[in-house]
Design a protein around this ligand. Structure first.
Ligand code: FES
Ligand SMILES: [Fe+2]
Length: 422
């Protein structure tokens, strides 16, 4: 449960709001680089932290990100011509470089100095990991340095989805590992749907770190231990390990894969989710067919998406819940793991009222998350730097999904496997 005041503090992201100020201290992934495929190509609308912006790749290949409306009489720059090293408004031809500076004003006399006084609000951008990042703060932090950014393109897959709900309920859904065996259960059959393996309650431990926290789930499988270590990196990123079969192999050997999400608030009631995965072994490139198949399994393959990155199965059609399937096949009756998550998160309403919740013992990660975000707001308010802004705090960590033969081998295994290798 959360007070109404804290719920407001945690969920509002516009300029001048507590969490808006926190998010403005970090680099946030705004677009897939592929959305701005070519120099001088079509500009793309961006809405970020409640601000309407326009992004364009200029002649040099660098990305500009600035106010969406022209400084003259506010025509939409989305209609603009992406010309040599700048974006020109189609209404009266004022042209802006990627820093937002007005560089041409064809409607003014040649000797006019008006253009030297005109600039649109523009934000610094940075590209890495197949993503365009931006920092909306008063001063830009050092660029992000996650392991998936350093991994070569051959080892990495990145996608994006958009959800119609506040960022926090989506982020909380990601950190809430206890729902996996219920919401995502597929073997309902005889109603004995929690088999022995899943019935083994994981031992959950949370450790605070300089970038957020890490939490482990350790299951005793009798003949060995299944060790999972997740990472939460502030303000809104999660890393998970995943052991996957090498394509074509039915049984081990298996290769480790690391996946994750970054939840980026578009505004108070919309969130853009960056989904990424990468091979944890520098010697083995990611199997891109496997990555695409996984996206489809999750329910966010190209067939499942609308052009605006929303799902075709959505709130307006009740995510095509199949009540017959729910009786006899899967627990939720909704197809696709990601679709199931979105159904629950969007179904809560645009901004869930957390003063009405009743949290249980499996909600510890969510409680710590909220505490850290509130702490970050107080730090920023006092003029300090919140956790996770400094890339050196997280650059060497990764998530873990491994088996240990004995309990005593677990600490060593975690120590060894949580270190980045790219
Ligand atoms: S509104 Fe853009 S040039 Fe006039
Ligand atoms: Fe889930």
């Amino acid at each position: 449960m959360l007070s109404k005041e804290d719920n407001e503090r945690l969920t509002r992201v516009g300029e001048g709001t507590p969490m808006g100020n926190v998010f403005r201290r970090y680099w946030l992934p705004v677009l897939l680089s592929s959305e701005l495929a070519e120099a001088d190509g079509a500009p793309v609308r961006v809405r970020l932290l409640g601000e309407d912006l326009i992004a364009f790749r200029d002649t040099s290949g660098a990305v500009g990100l600035m106010e969406a409306y022209c400084a003259h009489r506010r025509a939409p720059l989305f209609l603009g011509r992406n010309e040599k090293s700048g974006l020109r408004c189609v209404y009266h031809g004022w042209k802006y470089d990627r820093g937002g500076k007005c560089v041409e004003m064809p409607t003014e006399p040649c000797d006019s100095t008006l253009k030297t006084k005109i600039a649109l609000k523009a934000y610094p951008t940075w590209e890495g990991g197949g993503l365009v990042w931006a920092c909306l703060g008063p001063s830009a932090a050092p660029p992000p340095d996650f392991e998936f950014i350093r991994a070569p393109a051959t080892h990495r897959f990145v996608s994006r989805t958009v959800q119609d709900c506040n960022y926090l309920q989506a982020l909380e859904g990601g950190l809430d590992s206890s729902h996996a065996t219920i919401l995502h259960n597929v073997t309902i059959g005889d109603m004995n749907w929690l088999d022995d393996f899943e019935r083994t309650t994981p031992r959950l431990e949370i450790y605070p770190t300089d970038y957020g926290f890490q939490y482990s789930g350790i299951r005793n499988l009798k003949d060995r231990y299944w060790v999972r270590l997740y990472q939460y990196v502030m303000p809104a990123m999660q890393l998970r390990g995943r052991i996957v079969p090498v394509r074509g192999e039915k049984a081990p050997p298996r290769i480790p894969l690391i996946s994750g999400h970054i939840w980026v608030p578009i505004d108070d009631v919309t969130v853009s989710v960056i989904n990424f995965s990468y091979s944890a072994d520098p010697k083995i490139p990611l199997d891109m067919d496997f990555a695409l198949d996984s996206e489809a399994d999750y329910g966010r393959g190209s067939e499942d998406m609308l052009p605006d990155f929303r799902l075709k199965k959505n709130l307006s059609n009740d995510f095509l819940i199949d009540r017959e399937l729910q009786k006899t096949g899967t627990f939720s009756g909704i197809r696709g793991i990601n679709t199931q998550d979105v159904a629950v998160q969007e179904g809560m309403g645009p901004i869930v009222d957390r003063s009405k919740e009743h949290l249980g013992s499996t909600d510890r990660a969510i409680i710590v998350l909220r505490r850290l975000l509130l702490e970050a707001y107080r730090t920023v308010e006092a003029g300090g730097t919140p956790k996770g802004v400094d890339p050196s705090s997280y650059r060497n960590v990764r998530a873990v999904d491994h088996y240990a033969d004995t309990e005593s081998a677990i600490p060593q295994l975690i120590e060894r496997e949580r270190k980045a290798r790219f």
